[in-house]
Design a protein around this ligand. Sequence first.
Ligand SMILES: NC(=O)c1ccc[n+]([C@@H]2O[C@H](COP(=O)([O-])OP(=O)(O)OC[C@H]3O[C@@H](n4cnc5c(N)ncnc54)[C@H](O)[C@@H]3O)[C@@H](O)[C@H]2O)c1
Ligand SMILES: [Mg+2]
Length: 350
Amino acid sequence: MSLYCGIGCRRKSFWYFRLLSTYVTKTRYLFELKEDDDACKKAQQTGAFYLFHSLAPLLQKSGHQYQAPRHSLLELERLLAKFGQDTQRIEDSVLIGCSEQHEAWFALDLGLNSSSSINASLEKPEMETELKGSFTELRKALFQLNTKDASLLTTAQALLRWHDAHQFCSRSGQPTKKNMAGSKRVCPSNKIIYYPQMAPVVITLVSDGTRCLLARQSSFPKGMYSALAGFCDIGESLEEAVRREVAEEVGLEVERLQYSASQHWPFPNSSLMIACHATVQPGQTEIQVNLKELEAAGWFSHDEVATALRKNNPYTQQQYGTFWLPPKLAIAHQLIKEWVEKPPCSTLPA
Ligand SMILES: NC(=O)c1ccc[n+]([C@@H]2O[C@H](COP(=O)([O-])OP(=O)(O)OC[C@H]3O[C@@H](n4cnc5c(N)ncnc54)[C@H](O)[C@@H]3O)[C@@H](O)[C@H]2O)c1
Ligand SMILES: [Mg+2]
């Protein structure tokens, strides 16, 4: 974008830089909080907390929608005092973002065993009554949250889960210590630093030019089909992982692939989903399903998929068991929608 290409464009550039500037200051602020424990502790004073219990976020329901309430530090301290807990537990909280006005947002789990305080996990029903909400399994609530809350809560849950599972150094066996923001853990005895991890997963929508290939695992809800997914093996490139996964799961060789988008996916652990379109030659479409990985796989026509997308409501479809697709928030849905709307041009060799 140029600053010298006429009035209309200059106006656009002005807004572009204003937006960029807000984003940059926010990013730099979060970076500072991750690096500086004192700054992070100070940010808690004016910050807000999302609460969890055993990795289930506190949600309040209004109609068919869920929303995630935030609590100030003062409210949180009062709550802990009411339940006979010390405020040391607040040190277990993790930084998950901030508002444009730099109100820092944290997440704290009241159900997991605390590494900062000797207090046991807090009783769920009593807390729910006090907080006028319910700790709801994230998978159940995710599709009824707005996109912003869904993204914040999945990040929060992933980070809380990682800390819960990485309390000891795998080299020394000593307890590790989290920094204030929760962006890392350090072993005090040998100074090894542990950072939160995500596993890269490729998700591929294979097409033969007119149809696309969808598959299901036996663990999927009844009737749901999705694109092929698989964890990357160590040492693999994205292209190699796509080629191997498609060969392993359905016995086909893809010849071209095109990157589409990526998404953080919290289930069952943190994955970075990397979504691609891929093609096979029209004459080489015979599927050999690997029954150790999949329950079924098949080619679906453009019409079949477009119809399923139009009436895609997991709640009713699941009940009647008809063919249906992953919900909107899943990157598989975006990939399938992209294919229905505009079959991608094949550009990159696999
Ligand atoms: N967001 C979406 O749209 C979407 C759609 C489909 C799948 N997914 C996710 O993709 C992930 C991978 O899909 P899959 O189950 O078909 O993978 P997969 O085909 O690689 O099969 C899973 C198996 O891979 C092995 N494995 C290798 N590395 C692993 C690791 N780091 N963690 C766990 N298991 C590992 C295990 O034996 C496991 O049973 C799943 O966790 C699923 O939740 C997301
Ligand atoms: Mg798979």
